[in-house]
Write a protein that binds this ligand. Structure first.
Ligand SMILES: [Zn+2]
Length: 320
């Protein structure tokens, strides 16, 4: 997919909730929309590559004119094998994207009338997997990088005692001049060694960008990796970290508040990375004026994201 035509409200995605209800009045309409998002440049048979318009079977499958291969609308997407209607899925996606802070599993269960908390919880995790676009752009320009500690007891200083039971999250934020922040990237890391910090920076930041960090030794190798490294020696300035690294500290505070409020802090370490993905999705689209556009972006990524069975979600440990 190379064309980048901007999606249009009211044509590519619903502008309002009223329009949403009208467009997705039944499962057939949802399936049509899903197919359109999945094959934006027209259907191509996954088996033989045929690009001519397929037949639509009565079961809602696409039937290749050339080889007879049948593809279900949901196979290979996060909706694969779902026993609940697509319409309910669409409602979940609208609910999750139309609220500034998203939804908790309990909130989703209630609003959709889902049978179990587990279903709601698993759905949110499936959606989170679709919130990170594979091959997304890297941050560029001026980037603050620092770690923060999530969960556990609030005592103990940074990188010091008391931090043991907390999860370590490294955050990179684009800082604009004279003020304001751009996009963020985050990752849960096992420790604050250079072997954790430097690969994160290389993965998420464009080379030749300016990297601002504190004086921690773990960042010493940054300039060897093709970046301009600007360590701020806090002890020299006498400023607390939130003064010299305002971007990262603002984002870290917002992230912690979001985990505590929307999710009541009940995020276990092995799932934290997916919450970071959701937070990143929301933060990087915070200025988007249309919630419908967020719904559309999530839909686009949902049809391009491999299915994750429940047992895989429960047992998954993202990257540690
Ligand atoms: Zn075919």
């Amino acid at each position: 997919m190379t064309t980048t035509v901007l999606p249009v409200a009211g044509e590519d995605y619903p502008r309002t909730y009223q329009q949403f209800l009208k467009w997705f009045a039944d499962d057939g309409a949802c399936r049509k929309y899903l197919l359109r998002c999945r094959w934006q440049e027209g259907f191509r048979c996954p088996r033989c590559g045929e690009a001519s318009e397929p037949w639509l079977t009565t079961r809602g499958h696409l039937h290749c004119r050339l080889c007879g291969h049948q593809v279900s609308a949901t196979a290979g997407t996060i909706f694969e094998g779902t026993r609940i209607s697509l319409q309910t899925w669409f409602s979940a996606m609208w609910f999750v994207t139309s609220q500034k802070d998203g939804a908790s599993a309990l909130g989703l269960k209630r609003v959709l009338g889902l049978g179990s908390y587990q279903t709601a919880w698993a759905w949110l995790h499936k959606l989170r997997r679709a919130m990170v676009r594979p091959g997304r752009d890297r941050l560029s320009g001026r980037i603050e990088v620092d770690e923060t500690y999530v969960g556990g007891s609030e005592h103990g200083g940074k990188r010091g005692r008391g931090a043991e039971r907390k999860e370590i999250v490294v955050i990179a934020v684009e800082v604009h001049s004279p003020k304001g922040f751009g996009r963020v990237r985050m990752r849960r890391i096992p420790n604050v060694a250079g072997s954790s910090l430097i690969p994160f920076i290389c993965d998420v930041v464009e080379k030749r960008s300016e990297i601002l960090t504190d004086g921690w030794g773990g960042y010493n190798g940054v300039s060897d990796m093709g970046y301009s490294h600007n360590p701020v020696l806090l002890s020299g300035t006498g400023d607390p970290a939130h003064v010299s690294m305002p971007g990262v500290h603002r984002v870290a505070a917002l992230l912690k508040r979001w985990l505590l409020s929307t999710h009541q802090g009940s995020v276990s370490g092995k799932h934290l990375e997916y919450y970071l993905d959701e937070y990143t999705f929301r933060f990087n689209r915070r200025t988007s004026r249309s919630r419908g556009l967020l719904f559309y972006r999530l839909m686009q990524q949902a049809v391009a994201t491999a299915p994750a069975p429940y047992r895989c979600i429960v047992g998954n440990n993202h990257n540690l």
